[in-house]
Write a protein that binds this ligand. Structure first.
Ligand SMILES: [Zn+2]
Length: 654
């Protein structure tokens, strides 16, 4: 958690035009700047930056926000990482508050391990020029620029070159062992884990060196082909994907990710101009890795070597991709080729063309593969159908499932109804199993609380999004739209004085817009439905009495990116033109506030009226129930009439 005052300082210091200019060429237009949107492909600029308000916005794809949101989107950083990025750029130290002693020592241990890895990376890179490793990499067709881009290096043949250099530079022996760059003998001397190997550093999403992979160069050696970092505080194999750091922007932009097997495949593809590619580096794909990819895209294409005996074994991993809601395609390379060799042999253009032409959707790929294998054998065909049904059943989206079922029914020559029946059976079973697992999970959660903090946050944000999505599309959508307007008013003008009035026995009290909103809701015991708006209103209640409270500034810098992102959204769009209206004028603010509140209440009354009509259709109601519903209906009609009068036929654009 970062202190709000620090976030305010960062926002005050950071120049949004300067930051955006690091990534986009901007031209001045009036008070604002415009450029080509970095978040979607376009030919005419629709990306606008307002230096006075400190926000940017794309009028085509709608992305943008303040400078922190821009960085989160552009560099695919978390909220905290974006603030750290800005802190670094503008020389503002970013202290993290609320850390326990334990957290602080864990944090500093993590930092120490990263420092050791940084030292090792420098060491490996320094040893590359003139080495056999460089000759090896060049012989495999890599250009120097790509070697540089992936920070490839060399660990010298001597068994203690790195250990000596690191100890001499004052690095702690424990940390050298914990990151795994060195290992310890029984006599407590150190030796290098990767000696004599080409080094492929593995970067975390934030660009830190989390681990190394070391590859031998002789193809006939007895030693293992690859040696990798052990698991440590900063490296979990399950949570890293090789190349994601270098690929994340391309994945976002192309809205698709290629999945390959090895380091060299990733690097070769980059050299061929295909940058949206990651490798699971030999391990079978994990749920954590899939979720990492899903942060950037839902579309994944798995590349298979032409002669891969492992295709069948890896099919299960693909079911996991489907279960996580990914759209999966498969691409089979010609016999005997892997992405690296194919790209080397045929060149970049041919490789890209091949990628474009030969992708098939996964279910079809699997069906054809298994059909070919069964070769007309009836008993095998039954198994095959079961197998395909298994894959289809894990897909969450009902429409996608039905499309696949149709396709398979034709290909397998099996009745569609039978496939549907089998899929449903499996899904029912899986749902029951999930429920049991979830209960068990909840029980064991207290045991391992902190382990998955980041994932849980991700999940709770995802849950919130789903909740909001349902609200926006449900029957309450009309009310939510009015709540939004109400919140626009609160975030923008909450701290402004609306009028002078007698209030709580005080004459000439300067009533603020926010207070008026709170009181109006309390009066009718109304609660906001939208969970984020509700949070914003609660935050306002807790803080508006503080000295120097400025609503807009407070929410924009609030250290929770769901809240501050929503606040920026509320400040944007239809408010764009408000410089020309004189809403700052107190008379106008009062009129505006009353209108917005009444309009909101009107939408609620409308909703209740409709609900009562629906309830009255129930034929099992007793006479008494009917009478009381009718009374309530008449009461609401009165309220609606009053509100209609108050609202008049004014149309206020918000
Ligand atoms: Zn855009």
């Amino acid at each position: 958690m970062i202190d709000q005052s620090v976030i305010e300082k960062v926002l005050d210091t950071a120049d949004i035009v300067e930051v955006v200019s690091d990534f986009v060429t901007l031209r001045k237009r009036g008070a604002n700047y415009v450029g080509l949107c970095p978040f979607h492909n376009e030919k005419t600029p629709s990306f606008s930056v307002s230096p006075s308000r400190g926000i940017c916005h794309c009028f085509s794809c709608g992305k943008g926000g303040n400078v922190i949101h821009f960085l989160m989107e552009q560099e695919q950083l978390t909220f905290v990482e974006a603030i750290e990025w800005l802190g670094k750029k503008y020389g503002i130290p970013i202290p993290h508050k609320d850390m326990t002693e334990q957290e602080r020592s864990t944090q500093s241990l993590r930092e120490s391990l990263y420092t050791v890895n940084n030292f090792a990376l420098d060491f490996f890179k320094k040893n590359l020029p003139g080495s056999i490793a460089l000759r090896y990499l060049r012989s495999r067709g890599l250009q120097d620029s790509i070697i540089e881009k992936f920070c490839l290096g060399f660990s010298p043949e001597s068994s203690h070159a790195l250990a000596d250099a690191a100890l001499k530079a004052g690095y702690n022996k424990d940390y050298l062992v914990q990151t795994g760059v060195c290992m310890e003998r029984d006599d407590h001397t150190l030796y290098d884990r990767y000696r004599g190997r080409v080094i492929y550093p593995v970067f975390s999403l934030a660009g830190k060196v989390a681990a190394f992979g070391g590859r031998i160069m002789q193809s006939d050696a007895k030693a293992a082909k690859y040696v990798n970092s052990p698991e440590s505080l900063i490296y979990s194999k399950r949570r890293e994907l090789y190349g994601l750091f270098q690929a994340r922007q391309a994945i976002s932009k192309e809205d698709c990710c290629y999945l390959v097997e090895g380091y060299m495949d990733v690097i070769s593809m980059h050299q061929s101009g295909v940058e949206n590619v990651v490798a699971s580096s030999g391990t079978s794909l994990t749920t954590e890795q899939i979720r990492l990819i899903r942060r950037f895209t839902k579309n994944i294409t798995v590349l298979y070597d032409g002669d891969s005996a492992g295709i069948k074994a890896s099919l299960r991993g693909i079911d996991m991709l489907l279960a996580e809601g990914m759209n999966v395609k498969v691409l089979l390379l010609p016999d005997g080729e892997d992405p690296d060799s194919y790209a080397q042999k045929n060149g970049a253009a041919a490789f890209q063309e091949y990628l474009g032409k030969h992708q098939t959707n996964f279910i079809r790929f699997k069906t054809d593969l298994l059909l070919k294998e069964a070769n007309g054998d009836i008993s095998q065909k039954a198994n095959l159908i079961k197998d395909i049904v298994n894959s289809i059943a894990v897909i969450e989206d009902a429409i996608t499932r039905s499309v696949y079922i149709k396709d398979c029914s034709a290909r397998l020559d099996v009745a569609e109804s039978l496939l549907i029946q089998e899929v449903n059976k499996l899904r029912h079973h899986a749902i029951m199993q999930q429920r049991v697992e979830r209960m068990e999970e909840q029980n064991s959660q207290s045991m391992q609380e902190k382990v998955e903090v980041e994932d849980n946050e991700q999940d709770s944000v995802e849950q919130l999004r789903n909740q909001v999505r349902q609200l926006l599309h449900g029957k309450m959508a009309g009310i939510i739209a009015k709540e939004r307007t109400l919140m626009c008013l609160l975030v923008r003008y909450g701290d402004k004085v609306m009028c002078q009035t007698n209030y709580n026995g005080q004459n000439d009290y300067e009533l603020k817009v926010g207070e008026f909103i709170i009181d109006s809701l309390n009066m009718d015991q109304l609660e906001l439905l939208h969970p984020v708006y509700k949070t914003i209103l609660d935050l306002f209640k807790d803080h508006y009495k503080e000295q120097d409270f400025v609503s807009e500034r407070f929410f924009m810098s609030y250290p929770d990116d769901v809240v501050n992102k929503t606040a920026v959204d509320l400040m944007q769009d239809k408010y764009q033109h408000d410089n020309s209206t004189n809403a700052q004028n107190t008379d106008n603010l009062m009129e505006l506030s009353q209108y917005v509140v009444n309009d909101y209440k009107y939408s609620i009354v409308q909703h209740w009226l409709k609900e009562i009509i629906k309830q009255l259709e129930d034929t099992t109601l007793s006479d008494q129930e009917i009478v009381s519903l009718q009374e309530r209906y008449r009461g609401l009609l009165d309220v609606r009439n009053q509100l209609t009068k108050l609202l008049g036929n004014r149309v206020i654009n918000l």
